[in-house]
Design a protein around this ligand. Structure first.
Ligand code: ADP
Ligand code: TMP
Ligand code: MG
Length: 184
């Protein structure tokens, strides 16, 4: 049988990595063989682990691009986990489709939108193939409501690909996002 694709999206701090780690735990508790990947670009805390903002972590294989995934598989993995998919190339789509077609469950987590409110194309592509899309929310840093769907950049420097945390990004709701951009 083919596998399932679950894609976890949302703004920063919405619990994407935490949710991915919860799914990893389900497979490891069941003694299922898995592999975890993350783009090397995200060197925030650690090059060989995925780490959540609440500091839970799991070992991961760092990769530069999606072509490095299939050669790292032994073939008998039950599930594959990939964090920070927004930093990977669009060919991730073909790689993931091949894995689900060959019977593996695949769990991907990443940003749906950049701080400029632009979709990350690779995330959009994977959402199209997903059996389940989990859209997470954060607590809005401005109004405190549980409606945070977009990330706001609080500093001027850096582009749309710019690794970082609370020193440059906050999660906000759409109303506060528009308000903050108006007062710029
Ligand atoms: P993501 O991968 O989506 O950035 P993480 O799973 O790494 O999310 O982090 C989620 C954790 O971030 C929450 O459990 C909470 O402890 C913390 N956190 C910090 N700021 C916020 C916020 N504004 N809304 C929700 N959680 C937040
Ligand atoms: P997180 O979703 O796990 O919090 O991590 C998101 C990473 O993506 C973090 O390193 C900051 C980075 N990022 C960008 O490169 N561009 C953006 O537009 C946003 C919002 C985040
Ligand atoms: Mg994360």
């Amino acid at each position: 049988a083919t596998g399932n694709l679950v894609v976890i999206v949302g703004p920063m701090y919405s619990g994407k990595t935490s949710e991915l780690i919860s799914f990893i735990e389900i497979y490891t508790l069941g003694k299922k063989k898995i592999k975890v990947f993350k783009p090397l670009l995200d060197n925030r805390y650690n090059e060989t682990s995925i780490v959540s903002h609440s500091n839970t972590s799991v070992k991961a294989i760092p990769i530069n691009n999606s072509a490095e995934i299939l050669p790292r598989l032994d073939g008998d993995e039950k599930a594959i986990f990939i964090d920070e998919i927004q930093f990977l190339d669009e060919s991730l789509r073909e790689v993931v489709v091949e894995m689900i077609n060959s019977g593996k469950d695949v769990y991907c987590a990443g940003l749906d939108l950049s701080y400029k409110n632009n979709p990350f194309k690779v995330t959009s592509l994977l959402m199209s193939h997903a059996d389940t899309v989990i859209k997470k929310k954060a607590v809005c840093h401005e109004c405190g409501e549980y409606k945070g769907t977009i990330t706001y950049k609080t500093v001027e420097n850096g582009g749309e690909i710019d690794v970082g945390g609370f020193e440059k990004y906050i999660a906000v709701c759409r109303d506060c996002y528009l308000e903050l951009n108006k007062s710029k």
